[in-house]
Ligand binder design. Sequence first.
Ligand code: C2G
Length: 443
Amino acid sequence: MIMVKVITYGTYDLFHYGHQRLLERAKALGDYLIVGVTSDSFDLTRGKINAQQSLMERIESVRRTGLADEIIVEEYEGQKIDDIRRYDIDIFTVGSDWRGKFDYLSEFCKVVYLDRTEGISSSELRAEKRVLRIGLVGESIVLNKFVRESQYVNGVKISGIYTLDSSKLSDKIKKEYCITSDYDSLLDLSDAIYVVSHPSRHYSQIMVALNKDKHVLCESPITLDYQELSRLRELAKKRNLILMDSLKTAYCTAYSRLVLLAKSGRIGDVVSVDATCTSLQNVGADLSNVWNSICAWGPTAMLPIFQMLGTNYDKKQIISRFVEPDFDIFSKISFVYPHAVASLKVGKGVKSEGELIVSGTNGYIYVPAPWWKTDYFELRYENPLDNRRYFYQLEGEGIRMMILVFAKAVEHHSSNKYLNDDISAAIVSVMQDFYSANQLIKI
Ligand code: C2G
């Protein structure tokens, strides 16, 4: 007797009756059923960022049905063809919501679309969970991106925007969301806030929010003074609230992979980290809401330095060119560590090549501009034949992933594994030195 082999794929988040029925009918199509469960990273690249359960939990749900003879993980685009060949599949099947989408596989095996079960879906089950209402605070153009990216994250809703100047908000956002100049009323509508106001206002705004039991996601630097940061951290801890840095680069897949590769010794010992971030902006007459170079770019440029070399440097020097007492159009910082050095260049009024180079005793990592939102980097060696290129899909500049991590941190009271408090504090210490003109040279 010839054995008929069937394969089907899915995320199987919050396993439900619709999934069960699909697997039963898939199994009945043949003698041997292989179920492909999509990995988290593959789901991210196909725009599904909202799975509530981990890959292992989702695999376990499929296993418990007893219907699968074999379970595999779907990890990349194009894997279906590889699987059909590798496992010698006779029938590929999937729910009717995909009708037509997999006809191209009929070249390799029979394609069967099974009727989808009406009235139940993972999305509805997820929506039944509590929604996190995030209020936005600030005047920045970044708010538009935040609103857009939040729409991809399940379980998150924007409750409104508190702003002193709405001129940077898109017309669509002005129409769809409640814009207010009354901070308390925004807090009353929110479970959490995202702060992207001018850094000089962060401390008081966060203090008020924490005292009203609101979680906080704040664009780095959280404060400009180390003592103020400590006070906010203490208060958040006492009230069991999340206070998290918003630094989108920390949440980019390619960026976190390159940090791991550097730390795992792939280029030998790291001896130098050099990061440049600039964005030439017409720095107008009213600078009250404009972020200077060190605030706008400093935290991002410091991130790879502190993540790869640690926060215990021996010495540093800040050199800045000013247009107004606190407004640097360009800053360069050098850090000296016991066995390594680092440098960063940041500018709002100066343009340069926005690259990141990590030099090691065996080779170097090169990240082309703009490295802070990259999907690509290279490991380069003396012998070019040894060079390696790495590519990772980037969704929403890291903002989408950051919102997801924040929402999960609020739900599970978990610590931030992408950017720890030490780094957040080291960033604020540099800000404090800048503002108190400590180790600062003005040019
Ligand atoms: N399904 C169903 N009835 C429902 C819900 C889902 O028949 N009410 C089916 C889907 O059509 C799919 C399977 O159950 O065949 C798994 O559903 P999901 O977990 O939503 O996965 P999906 O994103 O559809 O994955 O590339 C194809 C994908 O891997 C299929």
